[in-house]
Design a binder for this molecule. Structure first.
Ligand code: ACO
Length: 366
């Protein structure tokens, strides 16, 4: 009794909570493997639909092709659009990040249809409709004949995207579609382990994603870059923030002890998108100084750039409003969540850990 846990034990640092064939994070080597491939080899070469097929095949022993998934997601986007009149009323007056949670919570399965496709297809339709709603515009109907990344951009921005923009968003969706036992995937697996349906499981995943220590970081990254503003202000701004004990968004990671491999994949995608290099030099200068300042402040704890820093710059360069960054992260990560929910349910085992009671015992209070 009254055994206090360490910070690492409270955070379940390094505790394996599942066996998975979906993805692997090697924090010492800075390596991420998704469905058997290094992330750098997937992004830019495989489409979101192609990687989603691989994740779903891994979790369910199916043999879906990229074309199968492309067709099923196109049809699912159309079904989701037809359901918007039922989903959107719950989102009115809410910020996009909260409206997305309300709409996702309203998703339901339809008999005879694949729940995973229904969910993954619905996410960009909801995100697009919420961005349009924030601008007092009607939602844009999906186009099932184009790819998921292209249609996501269309529905978000109300115009067709060009090939470079589509390639950049596709690279982003692939890069962040799955990432081991991150907090939102763990939340998804806990709910799935109760044999609740996948709609409930991904709603839990999204709720976990919204926090600034996880998927809520990119909007604050842009706010930080805005607040810094000019090259001359980088050093004083960063030094002051660290002296106040603030956490700098887009840096540090529970697992990586070296640079997050996804940061460089996204940096390369931004460079391909913006051939003139716009946006990158200032952000890169901020990044370099923050890494240096964090090394000085915490010499024993490597704190490197994480995926969220370049996510913010990439999504901003695609003219996606920053209020929608977390829902767009979810558009990608839901591929992983749906696969993990299935993989967890196949084990048939409820996740039910224990806690260390440090409260009073009967008699102590008398
Ligand atoms: N800025 C400043 N200091 C930091 C940062 C940061 N970004 N990250 C960690 N530290 C400090 C901690 O305050 C702690 O200092 P202390 O020992 O004086 O208390 C020390 O470094 C060690 O921190 P850890 O316990 O090793 O960090 P933890 O594993 O709990 O945190 C996390 C990981 C939550 C990602 C953290 O680095 C952070 O808050 N980063 C900023 C938010 C962010 O970028 N989130 C996105 C993560 S990526 C993703 O989820 C997709």
């Amino acid at each position: 009794m009254n055994i206090h846990l360490s910070k690492s034990q409270i955070g379940l640092d390094g505790v394996p909570a599942a066996e998975t064939i979906l993805s692997h994070v090697d924090g010492e080597r800075g390596e991420l493997i998704i469905a058997g491939e290094r992330v750098a080899d997937l992004a830019g070469r495989s489409s979101f639909e192609g990687v989603t097929a691989r994740l779903w095949n891994g979790a369910t022993a199916q043999s879906l092709s990229e074309a199968n998934v492309r067709a099923s997601l196109g049809a699912a986007r159309e079904r989701a659009f037809a359901r918007l009149p039922a989903l959107l009323p719950a989102t009115r007056g809410l910020p996009i990040v909260d409206g997305f949670r309300a709409a996702v919570a309203g998703l339901r399965g339809e008999s005879g249809l694949d729940h995973e496709a229904t969910i993954v297809g619905a996410f960009p339709v909801i995100a697009g409709a919420l961005v349009q709603q924030a601008n007092r515009l009607d939602p844009i109907a999906p186009d099932p004949t184009i790819g998921h990344a292209a249609d996501t951009l269309r529905m978000l921005r109300g115009r067709a995207a060009d090939a470079r923009e589509i390639a950049a968003l596709d690279a982003y969706l692939v890069t962040v579609c799955d990432h081991g036992m991150n907090a939102s995937t763990f939340a998804t697996r806990v709910v799935a382990s109760t044999q609740a349906d996948p709609f409930a499981a991904v709603t839990a995943g999204y709720c976990a994603l919204t926090g600034p220590l996880h998927g809520g970081a990119p909007e604050p990254v842009l706010e930080m870059l805005d607040a810094i503003g000019t090259r001359e202000r980088i050093k004083p701004w960063v030094d002051d923030a660290l002296a106040r004990g603030e956490r700098l968004m887009g840096f540090g990671h529970r697992v990586y002890r070296v640079r997050d491999p996804r940061a460089d994949v996204l940096k390369a995608a931004i460079a391909r998108l913006k051939a003139d290099g716009a946006d990158l030099p200032f952000a890169s200068e901020v990044e370099t100084y923050i890494r240096h300042a964090l090394r000085r402040k915490n010499p024993d704890r490597p704190l490197e750039t994480n995926v969220e820093f370049f996510t913010a710059i990439l999504l901003d360069a695609l003219a996606i409003p920053r209020q929608a960054f977390t829902p767009i992260f979810a558009v990608a990560r839901v591929a992983g969540w749906t696969a993990h929910a299935r993989e967890q349910q196949r084990t048939g085992r409820l996740i039910r850990p224990s806690s260390s009671y440090v409260g009073p015992m009967p008699g102590d209070l008398r």
